[in-house]
Ligand binder design. Structure first.
Ligand code: ME8
Length: 661
């Protein structure tokens, strides 16, 4: 039995409209939920809105609206954004809903019954932007919040406190017993060292404003907005509740196989310290993982309205489509790392990976060869008569399927996509080397059928592996292959397993290209429409001519650098090239199905046996060329001064084929 999987995003403040930072977390949660669903797990994906607190009350006042009217108005753009991005949440919680309010009060009562809540006087600093108390130690000079760089406010009032200090040791014990509670590990270490310093009791009520949930039995106080907000994760399911009272809470919280909170690193402390402490106090089970992803900047800068780089997702979806934006989010930045959103990188990835990679593979076979030479039908083949190159691609597909699953499980989306793209490029290389357009000219079409089937079945596998990230495009791809859309079904694992599931005789339906390439003019028009400047080539040239000083033009763009495919290669064999004074012929494992042959002009500096077993760095996408009648498929990097030469060697045993950047 596949056990239920529950995944959540933070609930976003409704003081402003959604931007791509919010979209990033929401897409990630949708990818997790869709992946688990195609693996047959009952999956529940929750997102929603954080509608209480001083920040919202003040914004409503600025807009001259009652807070409830203000939040009602602001909720719509969030719902629309997630719909546009094809994020299929199962629940959308708003903290002003009656169900949420009742459950927050229920949780409060449980913590109170446990003896963890008391009334006292409070005096300290408060940042309204963070909706959080600050110790003097944390503040910047001039009493500025270190995050918002705005003055904090002095608060002195009567307040209820939560005995967080009692939970220092229980939390440390829990962390010890659950070494993957917080991901990535580096963030977990930060959390642990913070807790090890000892926790202070936490003020959990306010009397100086009204926009919140009243404290049970003392309505002068409203409940602290973070206690209110964190409870959304259970209130949306009807919890806290006794067993049997709330089916959703039983299924996706109490008995869930996995509960994953996806959050930005900015709010990790609330999720990894306060939230589990509240739950421990209330006697409710704790989540399995808190996954803190990194921060997105836009074209190198922090997003802000004043810098004019505040990006709502809508126009991007309009320009590129939901799936392309989802792909870019998941592909560009390692989940957990900070990263940059760049329009140009998006276009480069689109043209390079989607149009030239997957789109091209599809066009070459489905829209071209198959249509012309095999009536567009999935050919029948003899699986027993495969040759080595077919078997190599099938085995690559099989290892990719395992690898990609491992990466999806670990929320390493960029790695899952790397793996899928290695398969796509292996399939493109297979087409290059088997030359089906030549096979089509032969009378006997047996080999052509073999090759076409192998590619089509690979594409079918890709349509499943890529589905969590690009659901619409994958279903379009499947329609072109003559296959039905992927329909996740509980307890049915749809992940590819046995080779040969594509039914011979099925009619493929080539249609408009999945990813038509953007030409220069289209690129320019998209960037203009999105308000992104694009330096005209002519301007660049003019600058280069008039400036003698080193100018910005002497730098290359990051995109230019990324065009170099630098990879770790393990030297398997090395021998001298006959009649050449300089050349060594190397057989290098670059993580591909067979070692590459690379010729390097280094034999005056290295004996062949000195190189075998070394991990070197190769330029993997250099156009192959012939030297002394032998093909060299790349280049080995080396540095030299006047009399010595050193090959660049990788210090640790990273996997051959790993990208160097
Ligand atoms: O903190 N890059 O809401 P919020 C990546 N209501 N992710 C970003 C981002 C960026 N530049 N900007 C925002 C709150 N995010 C509370 C949460 S949960 C119980 C209460 C994402 O509207 C990221 O997930 O400030 C971050 O944690 C969240 O939006 C903050 O949203």
């Amino acid at each position: 039995m596949a056990r239920p999987y529950y995944v959540t995003t933070p609930i976003y403040y409704v003081n402003d409209r959604p931007h791509i930072g919010h979209a990033y977390s929401t897409v990630a949660a949708d990818v997790v939920s869709r992946y688990q669903a195609i693996r047959g797990k009952p999956s529940y994906f929750l997102t929603g809105l954080d509608e209480h607190g001083l920040k919202i009350e003040r914004r409503a006042k600025e807009e001259a609206l009652a807070p409830q009217d203000f939040v009602d108005r602001m909720a719509a753009p969030f719902r629309e954004a997630w719909e546009e991005l094809d994020c299929q949440h199962h629940g959308f919680i708003r903290t002003t809903s009656a169900q949420h309010k009742e459950n927050v009060q229920a949780l409060w009562k449980r913590m109170e019954e446990r003896g963890d809540i008391y009334l006292d006087d409070y005096e300290d600093w408060y940042c309204v932007g963070c909706e959080s108390f600050k110790t003097e130690k944390e503040l910047l000079e001039g009493n500025l919040c270190p995050i918002h760089k705005k003055p904090v406010e002095r608060i002195k009032e009567r307040s209820y406190f939560f005995r967080l200090s009692n939970y220092t040791q229980p939390l440390l014990d829990y962390y010890e017993e659950h070494p993957d509670f917080v991901q990535p590990d580096s963030r977990f270490n930060e959390v642990k060292s913070f807790v090890r310093e000892g926790l202070r009791d936490l003020s959990i009520s306010r009397t100086s404003f009204r926009w919140g949930i009243p404290v049970p039995g003392d309505p002068e106080h409203v409940i602290y907005v973070w206690l209110d907000a964190l409870t959304n994760y259970i209130s949306a399911l009807g919890g806290p509740a006794e067993e049997g009272e709330e089916p959703l809470f039983d299924e996706f919280w109490r008995n869930a196989g996995t509960i994953t909170h996806i959050v930005g690193k900015d709010i990790l402390r609330f999720h990894a310290i306060y939230w589990p402490a509240f739950l421990l106090s209330a006697g409710v089970r704790l989540p399995t993982h808190v996954w803190a992803h990194g921060w997105l900047t836009v074209n190198g800068e922090k997003m802000s309205k004043s810098l004019g780089n505040f990006l709502p997702p809508g126009p991007l979806v309009e320009a590129f489509g939901a799936d392309v934006l989802r792909y870019y989010f998941m592909r560009e930045v390692g989940f957990g790392q900070d990263g940059d959103f760049s329009h140009r990188n998006l276009i480069n990835r689109y043209n390079g990976e989607l149009a030239n990679g997957l789109g091209n593979l599809m066009n070459r076979i489905v829209a071209s060869i198959l249509k012309k030479s095999l009536d567009g039908q999935v050919p029948s083949i003899d699986l027993g008569a495969l040759d080595d190159s077919d078997r190599a691609l099938i085995s690559k597909a099989q290892s990719s399927v395992e690898e990609a699953a491992k990466h999806y499980e670990a929320l390493a989306f960029h790695r899952a996509l790397d793996t899928i793209w290695e398969l796509v490029s292996a399939a493109n290389k297979y087409v290059d080397s088997t030359e089906p357009w030549m096979l089509a000219k032969q009378d006997d079409k047996t080999r052509l059928r073999q090759v076409c089937y192998t590619v089509l079945e690979t594409l079918r596998w890709v349509s499943i592996m890529l589905f969590p990230v690009m659901p619409q495009k994958c279903n379009e791809l499947r329609a072109q292959l003559g296959m039905p859309p992927l329909l996740p079904t509980e307890q049915v694992d749809l992940w590819p397993s046995a080779w040969g599931g594509l039914r011979p005789g099925a009619q493929t339906k080539p249609s408009t290209p999945l990813f038509p390439r953007f030409d220069e003019a289209q690129e320019r028009s998209i960037l203009e429409r999105l308000g992104v400047e694009r330096p005209a080539e002519d301007d660049k040239k003019a600058n280069a001519m008039t400036e003698s000083e080193p100018s910005k033009d002497d730098f290359i763009e990051f995109d230019d650098f990324m065009k170099l495919d630098l990879r770790v290669g393990l030297v398997k064999t090395a021998e001298r090239v006959e009649k050449s004074k300089k050349l060594l012929k190397l057989g290098i494992d670059a993580g591909e199905s067979a070692p590459r042959q690379i010729l390097a002009g280094i034999s005056e500096h290295y004996a062949p046996e000195d190189l075998v077993g070394k991990r070197v760095v190769i330029v993997a996408n250099l156009k192959p060329r012939k030297l002394m009648g032998l093909e060299s498929q790349g280049m080995v990097l080396a540095a030299s001064d006047d009399d010595r030469l050193s090959v660049l060697v990788v210090e640790r045993d990273v996997e051959p084929g790993s990208r160097a950047k």
